[in-house]
Design a protein around this ligand. Structure first.
Ligand SMILES: [Cu+2]
Length: 108
């Protein structure tokens, strides 16, 4: 699970988000369009074993920003801007994780 589940951010301003994987399993972080978290994690599961090569990042227009699939002890920083106010989910798309490994960026 992510240690932070909710972040308040400003729409239209640059956001810098660092994801540090301190777990022994690989994880990633995808920022997705409002309301699409379940569709994205299901698309990642549908990739099957071939998903490893692509870090379980599905080719979906709902994925706005993402880190690579990060091994233990790795971190990656994303810099992006959310276009408008809304609740943008962030999820781990590694199969089986996204149901509980998720949170939300609340843009105002
Ligand atoms: Cu995960």
């Amino acid at each position: 699970m992510y240690d932070v589940k909710e972040l308040n951010v400003k729409a239209g301003k640059k956001i810098k988000l660092t994801f540090d994987n301190t777990d022994v399993m690989p994880h990633n972080l995808l920022v997705v369009k409002p309301g699409t978290a379940d569709a994205v994690i299901n698309a990642a599961i549908a990739m099957g074993a071939a998903g490893f090569e692509k870090g379980f990042i599905p080719a979906s227009a709902d994925v706005m920003h993402h880190t690579k699939l990060l091994d233990m002890g790795k971190e990656e920083t994303l810099e992006f801007t959310l276009p408008k106010a809304g609740e943008y989910p962030f999820v781990c798309s590694f199969p089986g994780h996204g149901v509980i490994m998720r949170g939300v960026l609340k843009a105002k």
